[in-house]
Ligand binder design. Structure first.
Ligand code: HEM
Length: 500
């Protein structure tokens, strides 16, 4: 028995020594063996009411540098900050930095399928196919413009009924954006009162608002899938995912029953079925099977609804807090297009609107750490050796909040995107809400069209004012809750119909 204590002490000392030796050679916080910096992060989250994980990581950047190693649990994360280093990794070394996390639960759930979590040849083939089909349906041209205009008008009609009332715009805006994707994917839209649409919203929200216990699978990748699935919010996540997949499968089967492949496809699913049948005729569908179709549709909904809807909510919230900019945008719209329906052709003439939307995307930092990437092989960045399978966090927040690039970054100043000499809109290469490189957002063109058409249509017809509660809780609302997608805190606005 006497030997046990010294043995345990020697073992502990050995473990600590090994940990110190390894961590002192890495740029980044030392942390503890097995837990890394996780206890420190959890402690900060517990004692600081305004704690947000992306700010915490950004503090690490300030302390240690642009490319650093942060260990949370047993997982090494490479935090890449600043425009130059993010570009060097995601664009300059795209081949090594373009994989996705392969945690055991992800492998069970997504099975390497879809767009968001797939990799290699299957991902490339489907990314290209999806982009081509969306382009064929007029993404950036008139067809999807009409679908977006229809939804923007429907939303405006809904808001007209609510004029003068304090309204939480969240559900209405999300329904409109979900309907845009529904039109592209299934050539179907749902009425705002359709209970299935409410269910759909409920489940997509559950997928984008996972709790901290879901992060366990990232922090301890050795844990088997069945164990991480026991975490309560992971359980809810899996249930919601199943609901959405079943819902999508039903819709796909209904389209499949009626689709005649000799006719032009009218939506993404029909284009996919056509491709499947062409491939079948020449030997086999390959990766174009039914599972891949369902997962691709799921990813388009997941990645394309909450993101765009939340950005639009940020834009209207900033309108309400900055009536001077709201009126300037309205005056520009009134002078340039009057009351007629807005089209993408109007964009070039609406400088203040473009600047307002860019500033909204900058300050909203919708996906502050982008979506995790995984390193495929040993590589070096900014002198830091990176091991295969490290997870990469591209710190987009650090770029948008860099005072050298955007002076007074915490202030909402759309004029930073206006050329002071010409008074016209001036884009900035440092605005990267859709990330960079091969895995950059696939829906950027669609998102930009939606933001422009919805924003102009709403500002043409309405004025947005903060409620008393909104004014009182301004800082809390602008900080928003913690989450992967940065959303404003719950709030209502008063929507005033403009006299036309
Ligand atoms: C304002 C709205 C949006 C923002 C800010 C946004 C942002 C992003 C970001 C930061 C990524 C990760 C990029 C990376 O891994 O480096 C991403 C990926 C993705 N986005 Fe978006 N997104 C938006 C809207 C959309 C829309 C409307 C769609 C589609 C309908 C969409 C589809 C996707 C897909 C499929 C991916 C995965 C791409 C891949 O892994 O190859 N997004 N988005």
């Amino acid at each position: 028995m006497q030997i046990v204590k010294p043995l345990a002490a020697a073992l502990l000392a050995g473990l600590l020594g090994r940990h110190l030796f390894q961590r002192l050679r890495r740029r980044g916080p030392i942390g503890l063996p097995v837990l890394g910096s996780l206890p420190y992060m959890l402690y900060r989250a517990f004692v600081e009411p305004g704690f947000r994980w992306y700010r915490f990581l950004n503090e690490m950047r300030a302390a240690y540098g642009d490319v650093i190693s942060v260990v949370l649990g047993t997982q090494e994360f490479i935090l890449i900050s600043g425009y130059q280093q993010i570009k060097a990794a995601l664009v300059g070394r795209a081949d090594q930095f373009s994989q996705r996390p392969n945690q055991p639960l992800y492998q069970v759930m997504a099975q390497g399928r879809g767009l968001l979590l797939s990799e290699g040849a299957l991902w490339l083939e489907h990314r290209r196919f999806t982009l081509r089909v969306l382009r064929d349906f007029g993404l950036g041209r008139s067809l999807s413009e009409q679908q977006i205009q229809t939804e923007a008008q429907e939303l405006a009609a809904k808001l007209s009924d609510l004029s003068g009332q304090e309204t939480d715009l969240n559900v209405h805006i999300t329904k409109a954006i979900v309907n845009v994707i529904g039109s592209l994917v299934f050539a179907q839209r749902s009425g705002y009162e359709d209970p299935k649409l409410d269910n759909f919203l409920h489940h997509t929200k559950a997928l984008t608002q996972a709790g901290l216990d879901t992060e366990l699978m990232f922090f301890f990748p050795q844990l088997p899938a069945w164990l991480t699935a026991l975490a309560p919010s992971t359980g809810r996540y899996l249930q919601s995912e199943k609901w959405i997949m079943d819902h999508c499968r039903e819709k796909i089967q209904a389209i499949d029953r009626n689709y005649d492949e000799s006719s032009e496809p009218s939506c993404f699913v029909e284009a996919y079925l056509q491709e499947q049948r062409l491939r079948q005729a020449s030997g086999g569908v390959g990766s174009f099977d039914n599972l891949q179709l369902v997962r691709t549709v799921l990813d388009l909904y997941l990645a394309g609804s909450e993101t765009t809807a939340t950005t639009l909510r940020w834009a209207l919230l900033y309108c309400s807090f900055h009536p001077e900019y709201q009126e300037a945008c309205h005056a520009e719209i009134a002078a340039s297009i009057g009351l007629r329906e807005v089209s993408m052709k109007d964009k070039r003439g609406l400088h203040k609107v473009q600047a307002f939307l860019d500033e909204t995307q900058r300050i909203a930092n919708l996906v502050p750490m982008s979506v995790e990437h995984r390193v495929s092989e040993a590589v070096e960045l900014d002198g830091l050796p990176i091991s295969p399978d490290s997870l990469v966090l591209p710190n987009l927040y650090s770029v948008h909040m860099d005072p050298e690039l955007f002076p007074e970054p915490h202030e909402f100043k759309p004029d930073r995107f206006i050329d002071p000499e010409t008074g016209t809109y001036k884009a900035s290469e440092y605005l990267i809400p859709f990330s960079l490189g091969k895995r950059a957002c696939l829906g950027e063109t669609l998102a930009r069209m939606e933001l422009f058409i919805f924003f102009v249509t709403l500002l043409q017809k309405f004025r947005f004012e903060p409620t008393e509660d909104c004014r009182l809780r301004r800082d809390e609302i602008l900080l928003g809750p913690d989450g992967v997608v940065r959303a404003p805190g719950d709030h209502s606005l008063v929507v005033h119909k403009r006299r036309l």
